[in-house]
Ligand binder design. Structure first.
Ligand SMILES: Cc1cc2nc3c(=O)[nH]c(=O)nc-3n(C[C@H](O)[C@H](O)[C@H](O)COP(=O)(O)OP(=O)(O)OC[C@H]3O[C@@H](n4cnc5c(N)ncnc54)[C@H](O)[C@@H]3O)c2cc1C
Length: 386
C-alpha cells in the first residue's frame, strides 16, 4: 500500500504521541506509526519527573487531567556525598504551584495512547507498524514500514523521527559513554517525604529519590558493574548500601518494587534536520537522567515543532526554510539541556578533591544566591525560554 500525508511521525512514544496530539485537528493530515502493537502496554518501569512547564503543555494537549495520580514536587534537596555544600530549591520561592510532578513512563504512555485513540479521524494512528527506512524521494519523504506482515509506505511532506533513537541510519549520532547504568525501583520510607525530591551526587553517579504517592521512586546511577551487582543484592543489603550513600534522612527504607537496569549514555545528533525530515525527543538527544531533563526537553521539541508547522503552513512543510526555522528555535534549549546534564555527570561523578571543593562551593552559592536559584529553576522548568 502507498499512502500520503502532510506529516508522518515515526514512533508513538511520549514525544511522538505529544506531537501527533498537538497537530491533530489542525487540518493537517497526520499519520503516526508506532511499532508496539495495539493493546500492548509499555512495560517500562522508569519514573518520570515532569517539570511544571511540561504540565502546561500536557494541559494544552488535553491529557493532564487524565494523567492522575501524579505526585507534586514542592522541594528539591541537592547534596554531595563526602563533601560540604547543599542547596534546597522550593516551589514557594520560585512562585510556582510545584517544581514538578512525578509520574511513570507506563502511566504517561497509556494516557497518551488513549488520547490518540479518542482523536478518531483527526489522526491516522497505526500501531504494530515497524518502520524500516525514511527516504527522500521526488520532493517528499517516503517512510517504509511493515504492519500485519505487509510491507507498506507513506509519503509525506515532512517525516518526523520520534523513534527514541532506535531506527538505524536516520542521522549520524555522537555519543559519550558514561560507563554508568541506572537502577530503578520503589521504596517505602519510615518518615514522610513531604513532597521533596532528593538529588544526591556520589563519585559513582547521582542518586535521585523522587516522591511518588506515599512512597519514593529511586533512580540510582552507578558504574555498570556496581549497578548490576546492586540488582542482585538481597533487599536488606540493597537498602543498607543505599543508606550508606544517601544517609538516614528519611528514616528506615524498605524496597517496594522490582529492580530494573538502564544503561546510560549521551547520544545526540549535531543537526536535528535532514532533507524533509526532523528528529525530536530521544531520537535527537538521549540524555543522562540526572535532573530529569530528557522527556521535558523532548516534549518542548514536539510542542515547538507543532507551532512551527502550523505557523509555516502546509505548503512549507519540510521545505528548507521551515526546517531551518525549527532548528534555530530549538538550538539554545537543546544545546543547554545537553550541556547541563553532561556537565553535571562529569563534574560530580568523581572523587577529585579540588573538584569536590568547587562543587561544594557551587552548591552553597546555589543555596543562598536567590537570582542564581531562580535562574536554575526557570531553566529546569521552562527550558531556555524560562
Ligand atoms: C532511568 C531513566 C529515568 C528517566 N527519568 C526521566 C525524568 O525523570 N524526567 C525526564 O524528563 N526524562 C527522564 N528520562 C528520559 C525519558 O525517559 C526519555 O527522554 C523519553 O522517554 C523519550 O521519549 P521519546 O518518545 O523520545 O522516546 P521513547 O520513549 O524511546 O519512545 C520511542 C517510541 O518509538 C517507537 N519506535 C522505535 N523504533 C520504531 C520503529 N522502527 N518504527 C516505529 N516505531 C518505533 C517505540 O516503540 C517507542 O514507543 C529518564 C530516562 C531513564 C533511562
Amino acid at each position: 500500500m502507498n499512502d500520503a500525508a502532510d506529516v508522518v511521525i515515526i514512533g508513538g512514544g511520549p514525544v511522538g504521541a505529544a506531537l501527533a496530539l498537538a497537530l491533530s485537528g489542525s487540518g493537517l493530515e497526520v499519520t503516526l506509526l508506532e511499532a508496539r502493537p495495539a493493546g500492548e502496554r509499555a512495560s517500562d518501569p522508569r519514573p518520570l519527573a515532569l517539570s511544571y512547564g511540561s504540565r502546561l503543555i500536557l494541559e494544552r494537549l488535553g491529557v493532564w487531567a487524565a494523567l492522575a495520580p501524579v505526585t507534586a514536587i514542592d522541594r528539591i534537596h541537592i547534596s554531595q556525598q563526602a563533601g560540604f555544600g547543599r542547596a534546597a530549591l522550593t516551589a514557594a520561592e520560585a512562585r510556582l504551584p510545584a517544581l514538578g510532578y512525578v509520574a511513570d513512563y507506563m502511566q504517561l504512555h497509556a494516557t497518551l495512547h488513549n488520547a490518540l485513540q479518542d482523536r478518531g479521524t483527526a489522526l491516522r494512528y497505526i500501531t504494530g507498524a515497524n518502520v524500516s527506512a525514511i527516504r527522500d524521494v521526488e520532493a517528499v519523504s517516503e517512510v517504509e514500514f511493515t504492519a500485519g506482515g505487509v510491507q507498506q509506505s507513506v509519503r509525506a511532506r515532512l517525516a518526523v523521527a520520534a523513534d527514541g533513537g532506535a531506527l538505524d541510519g536516520v542521522a549520524d549520532m555522537r555519543s559519550v559513554d558514561y560507563r554508568q547504568s541506572a537502577v530503578t525501583t520503589r521504596l517505602h520510607s519510615e518518615l514522610p517525604h513531604r513532597n521533596t525530591a532528593f538529588e544526591r551526587f556520589t563519585s559513582g553517579g547521582p542518586i535521585a529519590l523522587l516522591p511518588s504517592g506515599d512512597d519514593l521512586a529511586l533512580i540510582w546511577s552507578a558504574e555498570h558493574e556496581q549497578a548490576q551487582a546492586l540488582c542482585g543484592l538481597a533487599p536488606a543489603e540493597f537498602v543498607a548500601q543505599l543508606e550508606r550513600h544517601f544517609g538516614k534522612r528519611l528514616g528506615a527504607l524498605a524496597i517496594e518494587g522490582k529492580r530494573s537496569l538502564f544503561p546510560l549514555a549521551l547520544r545526540y545528533v549535531t543537526q536535528v534536520t535532514k532533507k524533509r525530515a526532523i528528529l525530536i525527543g530521544n531520537a535527537a538527544q538521549t540524555l543522562h537522567p540526572v535532573a530529569g531533563q530528557g522527556f521535558n526537553l523532548g516534549l518542548r521539541d514536539a510542542w515547538e515543532l507543532a507551532e512551527e508547522a502550523l505557523r509555516s503552513g502546509r505548503e512549507a512543510l519540510g521545505e528548507p526554510g521551515m526546517l531551518k526555522a525549527y532548528a534555530a528555535r530549538r538550538r539554545l534549549d537543546r544545546g543547554g539541556g545537553i550541556w547541563f546534564t553532561d556537565s553535571l555527570v562529569r563534574m560530580f561523578s568523581n572523587d577529585i578533591a579540588p573538584l569536590r571543593a568547587a562543587r561544594g562551593a557551587g552548591l552553597v552559592l546555589l543555596g543562598c544566591v536567590p537570582p542564581l536559584k531562580n535562574f536554575v529553576v526557570r531553566r529546569m522548568t521552562f527550558g531556555a525560554r524560562g
